[in-house]
Structure formats: C-alpha cells, structure tokens
Design a protein around this ligand. Structure first.
Ligand code: SF4
Length: 429
C-alpha cells in the first residue's frame, strides 16, 4: 500500500511545513485585536494533572489546592480582559471546551466557570469536557449533567492492561474502563467521544483492533485515534532511547523507532474497521456515528485559549499562554493578557485546501473558489488525482484511503514539530 515515491514526496512536503513552524515572543499584542472578533469559542485549559503520563507531549502541572485557587482567580481576570479587547459588545461564544491537563480535577468549580463565561460573553453553544476515566464517578457525572455539560471526550488511550501499565504509565483494569464507559453512556450525554492511541511500542495490530472493537461495541458516539508522538523530551522517548542503548546498539524497532510503513498499515486497519462498524470519517484522526454533532477542541476557526499554557487562534494568530500558573497570574496582575508567544497562521489557498483535506475532502464550490484565487491549486489537485490520492464522488473531491494514510503521516510530522516548538519556547521563557 505504501508507494515509496509518493511517501518520499509526502515526507518532503511535511518536513517543509514542519520546518516553517515558528513562534515569536508576544511583546505587542495590539495587531492581534485590530479586527473585532464577533464570534469565537473558548478553550479553557485546566493546567493540572493528578500525575504525569510518560507519553504526554504537553502535560499539566501537578495538582495542588493552592495553585487551583490561583488559577481560578486568574481565569476570571483573563476572561474580563479578553471580553473588553476582542469586541465592543459582548462577543458570541459558540462553544466552550474544558481541556487539560485534567479538567475533571476541578469539576466542583465548573458552575462558577460557566457563570463567568456568561458574565463576559454572550454564550449560545455547547460545553464539551475532556475527562479522565478514573474521575467519572456517579456523583461527578450527575453534576456534569446538572450543569448542562453535554459532550465528553474521554482519554482512555487503550483497553489493553499491559500497554496501559507498561507503556502509558496509567494502569487500569479493562473491565473497569468498560463499565465506566457503559455508565457514562447511560447518563444520556449528547455526545461521548473516546481517545485511543496507536503506534504504541509493543502494540500489535490485533491489540489495536481489539481496542477498536471494545469501543465500537459500547457504541460511543465518536472514536478519536491518535498515533503516539515520540517527542524526544517525553519520559517514554527517553526510556525507549535507553533501552536502545542497553541492547548494545541492536535496535528493537517495536520499542525504539516508529516505522512509517507499519503505522500506515495500522492506520488503514483503523479506517477499515471503523467503517465496517458504521463509524464515519470526521477528521483524519476522528471517526463518528454522527460527524455533524461534534467538533474537537481545536477545530473551531477562532478560539480563545484561557489558562496557563492554553493555546488559541485569534485573527489568524496561534497564541500560546504563559508557561506556568505563577507566570500566568503574575502577568494578569500587571493588567496584561498572559499570551506568551504566538505564530502567525498563513491563510493562503494551499493552506485552506490542506485544512479541508484534513476533514476528508472539499466540495466543488469551495474548490472552485480556491482555484480562482490561486492557479497552483488547479495543478496540485490535478496531480493528486493522477496519483490516485483524490477522486470525485458526485460534487465532492474526496481523499482516497491511501491519501488518508499519507495524511496521517504528514499531520503527525507537523503536529510533532508544532509541539516541539511550543515546548522549546515555553522552556526558553
Ligand atoms: S495525558 Fe492528560 S493526564 Fe496524562 S499528563 Fe498529559 S494532560 Fe496530564
């Protein structure tokens, strides 16, 4: 399935995009607010975790009551500052995402946070929450329902007990995870998504398919599948690098290196299996029984990142907040927004096409608009068709399965480069 020449071209293109990802320190934010933001979403990042997972590329700080209080005070101030900067009248907030870290650690504060959102914005949308399965006790689920939190995304990662304990550093019993998810489904939330990982060291295709089957049997509304990103600064990468040395230079590929051919095969196994189980393609890494009912935390065109290390997109600027709760509160005390760094997003036709392809394809009307804005789009889509990477299905130019698999590799490279640059600039700060 992997064609070496196309793979080489995809890798080159992804490397080029990845090498262009850069952040600058945010010294003057005035330009960012020259255009009024009338409609947006909020990404409220709760910056704490109960413990740190060894694979995590963007972990939270360890939870403490005192830091939680500081964070909540800062959050209120940050919303107030944004509401005055982005719009003359109250801006419409179309969605609120409570992301993390581990937001469920602060579940008792969600009501207060929602009140603050309503005080500063005109809130008309849904509230979605990232949740850890360990926190989803009955009393928590009941309180989430009472507060009107209607969409959950649960970080299961795997149902395989060996992978959970030995690779992911979050030991759990499969039967407990399954019973938690069944209970969550019984509560009648609008949408329940779970995250699963693939390309894990020691994970066979059979293990991956078993995980997908478990999730699909429960009939969760959505299944997001992310490849492990072996960023060199994660504890898991360091362990794997040590194992590689311990073996006297003899590389154990399942532990040390991520093999693109193997990952492509596993990605296609995911696409095929979930299709058989009636899950539809929503994005390259997300499948759904009802794709229109959900939107991932970072998919809204405009979203304000609130909280330490939160990220957002404002007027085509990717923003990244202060590295720690201490820096965050110190900046807010000076009456300034805690935006620490930013990266300008280029909104040219090829970037727009790439974004549409992340969602699986583009309709004829949107494509014609891009073609008239840039002749290269005509050449590029022609080439993609010749290579068998896209095909017309009625009025929709759709990525083929082969293209989706290459898209997974390219997106992973670009995501890894972005996360690395974010980590570098935050550490340098
Ligand atoms: S995966 Fe989630 S819980 Fe684990 S360290 Fe990362 S943010 Fe925290």
């Amino acid at each position: 399935m992997v064609d070496r020449i196309t793979l080489w071209a995809v890798n080159r293109l992804a490397d080029k995009v990845a090498s262009s990802v850069s952040f600058s320190r945010a010294t003057d934010l005035e330009n960012m607010f020259k255009t009024e933001v009338k409609r947006t979403a909020l990404n409220i990042r709760v910056p704490f975790c109960a413990s740190r997972c060894p694979f995590c590329a963007f972990p939270g700080e360890l939870y403490s009551n005192s830091y939680a209080k500081i964070f909540l005070t800062g959050l209120k101030e940050e919303m107030k500052l944004y509401s005055s900067l982005i719009s003359q009248n109250k801006a419409v907030v179309e969605r609120v995402y409570l992301s993390g870290g581990t937001p469920t650690l602060l579940h008792k504060e969600f009501g207060t946070i929602q009140d603050q959102v309503s005080e500063h914005f005109s809130f008309q949308g849904k509230v979605a929450l990232e949740a850890s399965p360990a926190d989803l006790k009955d009393e928590v689920l009941a309180s989430l329902k009472d507060l009107g939190i209607s969409q959950l995304s649960i970080g299961v990662q795997s149902f395989n007990e060996t992978l959970l304990a030995k690779v992911l550093g979050r030991p759990a019993k499969r039967e407990n995870l399954v019973s938690t998810l069944k209970r969550v489904m019984d509560y009648g939330f609008d949408y329940v998504n779970i995250d699963l990982m693939f390309s894990l060291p020691g994970q066979t295709k059979e293990m991956l398919l078993e995980d997908l089957k478990t999730a699909a049997d429960i009939r969760v509304n959505g299944i997001s599948t992310y490849p492990l990103m072996m960023l060199p600064y994660t504890a898991l990468s360091k362990t794997c690098a040590r194992e590689r040395v311990d073996k006297g230079g003899k590389i154990n590929s399942t532990l040390a290196d991520q093999n693109q051919a193997e990952e492509t095969e596993n990605y296609l196994a995911i696409v095929n299996y979930l299709r058989e189980r009636t899950y539809k393609f929503r994005t390259l890494w997300s499948f759904s029984l009802n794709p229109g009912a959900y939107e991932g935390p970072y998919e809204h065109d405009s979203f304000i990142g609130l909280g330490p290390r939160a990220w957002g997109v404002i007027n085509n600027n990717f923003t990244l907040n202060a590295p720690s709760t201490e820096d965050y509160i110190a900046t807010l005390k000076e009456g300034k927004l805690p935006v620490f760094a930013y990266s300008e997003l280029r909104d040219y036709p090829t970037a727009r096409l790439a974004r549409r392809l992340y969602y699986g394809g583009i309709d004829k009307h949107q494509l014609n608009e891009l073609k008239s804005a840039d002749f290269n789009i005509r050449v590029l889509t022609g080439l993609l068709r010749i290579l068998g990477l896209v095909r017309w299905e009625e009025d929709f130019l759709k990525m083929t399965d082969r293209a989706l698999a290459y898209g997974n590799l390219a997106t992973k490279k670009i995501a890894m480069a972005t996360l690395s640059r974010m980590d570098e600039i935050l550490k340098a700060g």
